[in-house]
Design a protein around this ligand. Sequence first.
Ligand code: FES
Length: 77
Amino acid sequence: MADTRVRIMKDGPIKVETDGTLKITDHDGTVVPHREGRAVFLCRCGGSKTKPFCDGTHSKIGFAGAEAAVTAADSSE
Ligand code: FES
């Protein structure tokens, strides 16, 4: 069984890497091609010109990820 890891990068993309095959599809199920055997970085800032992939724009627009805020909100419940 393949090991797949998903990592939310600080103020940046979501990194997905697997020891197996990674299949990315759009909302219609159409396969989104990507380079095999490499980590994939998915944009979560909305600014990439190569969506769904990160193109580095997050650093130019000063994107601030919300994961720290979510963690803080969860701990106050
Ligand atoms: S997260 Fe990198 S361009 Fe959006």
